[in-house]
Design a protein around this ligand. Structure first.
Ligand SMILES: [Fe+2]
Ligand SMILES: [Fe+2]
Length: 261
């Protein structure tokens, strides 16, 4: 199975480029599945119901989110209803959304998608280790093709959770920092791993936001709106291939520069 996972879609640049290129990427890369993290799609924070629908219409199979999942609260309705989007599995049980979902590829294979939040330099959440153990117990007998979006700040946090899952899932792919890391690899047990796959958005920026505005607030503490940046737009992610048993056989960093129109 060939799966492309794209990191955080940041604002209109990342969202629009994903809409524009999703079908072409499916074709060019011979994908069985396309999964995206869309937690920053709505002007840099959250995802609207309309954006959710348009991403699916454009050829995205499933969507993960992160700490900004409820910034557009209207999405709660979609999270309760749709099986194409998941909440972090270590959110409270009463938080809207499902802890895992599956999609069926055109070849008839099943891919499970799970989202987990880290706990270092993040707002408090439930234990990710207990949450993923519970999810994997539920997935036992469902499929061994399992993609985990690990949404966390610290590389150490990501590595320890990634190693914990080696041999138990197909891929542990990091999001949230918006900066791609150069550590894409296969762990010994057959799990593909990358600390952060990078964002889909404007790279002439501070993690997708206007450089001058972020710098102003950082230097002076003057509160101001961080506009979404617009220059040097790229789609970033990871392309993972798995064998019939769900073990990863390759992982490649994916990066596509979007030409300016
Ligand atoms: Fe993000
Ligand atoms: Fe995040």
């Amino acid at each position: 199975m060939r799966v492309l996972f794209l990191g955080d879609l940041v604002g209109k640049p990342g969202y629009s480029a994903t809409l524009q290129y999703a079908r072409a990427l499916r074709h060019e890369l011979d994908l069985d599945a396309l999964v995206v993290n869309a937690e920053n799609a709505a002007d840099g924070s959250g995802l609207t119901n309309r954006q959710f629908s348009r991403l699916l219409d454009a050829g995205v199979d499933a969507i993960t989110m992160g700490d900004h999942i409820y910034r557009e609260w209207e999405l709660a309705k979609t999270l309760r209803k749709s099986d194409r989007i998941v909440k972090p599995a270590n959110f409270p049980p009463d938080a809207p959304g499902r802890c895992w979902t599956t999609i069926t590829t055109s070849a008839g294979e099943t891919l499970a998608i799970v989202s987990l939040l880290g706990r270092v330099f993040m707002r408090p959440v439930d234990c990710p280790f207990q949450a993923i153990d519970r999810v994997l117990h539920e997935l036992d007998g469902v499929t061994s093709h399992i993609l985990v979006d690990l949404h966390a700040e610290a590389t150490s946090d990501k590595q320890v959770i990634g190693r914990y899952l080696d041999g138990r899932v197909s891929a542990v792919l990091g999001t949230h920092t918006h900066v791609p890391t150069a550590d894409a690899c296969l762990f010994p047990g057959g799990t593909a791993f990358q600390c952060d796959v990078g964002m889909c958005g404007a790279y002439e920026s501070i993690i997708g936001r206007d450089i001058a505005r972020v710098t102003l607030t950082t230097r002076t503490n003057e509160p101001c709106h961080f506009y979404v940046a617009t220059h040097d737009v790229r789609l970033c992610g990871a392309l993972v291939e798995t064998d019939s048993a769900g073990r990863a056989t390759s992982i490649e960093r994916f990066e596509k520069k979007i030409p300016t129109s």
